[in-house]
Ligand binder design. Sequence first.
Ligand code: F0G
Length: 461
Amino acid sequence: MAKTIIEPFRIKMTEPLPMTTRGQRERFLGDAKFNIFRLRASQITIDLLTDSGTGAMSAAQWGAMMTGDETYAGSESYFQLERVVQELTGQKYVIPTHQGRASEHILFSVMVKPGQIVLANAHFDTTRANVEYLGGTAIDLVIAEASDPRNEHPFKGNIDLARLEQHLRTQGDHVAMVLMTITNNRGGGQAVSLANLKAARELAHRFGKPFFLDAARFAENAWLIKQRESGQGQRSAREIAQEIFRLADGFTMSAKKDGLVNIGGLLCLNDDALAERARSLLILTEGFPTYGGLAGRDLAALATGLTEVLDESYLEYRLASVRYFYNLLDKLGVPLMRPVGGHAVYIDAAQFAPQIPKEELPGVALVNELYLEGGVRAVEVGTLMFGKPGEVAPLELVRLTFPRRTYTQSHVDYLGEVVASVFARRHELSGLRITRQPQFLRAFTAELEPLAPCAPAKGGR
Ligand code: F0G
């Protein structure tokens, strides 16, 4: 039997990759004020900024788009999606939204009162921002192993159950819900074990609190449970996902990840009264309950995507392609967030370029070098993204995020070469300073300046 895990698809529509020279990239990066969020798509050869809404849809999804039902109220595409989601999740109410953060906003609007607390393994940025915007407090209780990039714990997305119990015991009156993000994006795409999900749910319910999921990458989490958790290897990813969803009182989902669509989100609930309030808000901010901010064709593509994502040949390929890149970098000795996660490889930039102090943004220095070297766009997840003026973040990571079904193995080999050549001259990297920044979410628009002049153009592609 051949051992190579192949892409379980062939390609019948292509999109050209922009090819640029090093000289052009130096100019583009300078024009972008050394912030890769300010680059244009036509200036990037391989874009690993995010796996959100950037994947390729299948022929079946495009076919479903063509037959999507654009009826305002009562669209058949909605009922198709409702059936698929109910079978997968067991949840009673299926509320479509235009993307994950819209689901979050509606959920917290109906569940979090000012002064209340949400306890989570880890809140994603928009999740935290929505809790705080509504006057709540977002508390992260991920296990201690998660803060050490070198620790090989197989489920670094787990919540610390002892701390969860302590918070429920001491602050129970103020807790609005317990929320588990699967997988933990901020912490490296790390999975949560089924045992941890069950225990967290049991604790939440023991203290009379609802148990929710942020299920953006539920299929990748289910696959990692199948691979890594004892007693789970014989079950299908679908069975595991079905069990996870049935633990929850409801969930939010950015469908732009494991929904395999370019836009879309879900808010699902079991409680009648909550669902009624959520739907009223939905009508106010997103749209009528049978389309919720999406076109009928988007609902149809999502119904198909949620079925395809649990195809095991897809999941095997998906996780193998991320692992393949991780292993390439690991063999070179590049410091990585361990173990490999679901949707991205995270480089530990603080260790990659220890000569750059955190205040001088080692992650941004690495991201910019990867772009100059090979037209690759990664993203800093460190002090620029999470630090406030005068503060540094606990970890300086660089995320190389894989869009789904988009790049092939030769693209990944190319990425390996790009990282290898930056790694070989890592001692030459130097830091940057911020010359202009907005008050909130500074990473997206900040302007920067290298502290040392750019290395002169040498060869390069
Ligand atoms: N929850 C998680 C775990 C996420 O990773 C994201 C988005 C959201 C919620 C919000 O969903 O973008 O559809 O509104 N993550 C993207 C990323 C942006 O690049 O990791 P959204």
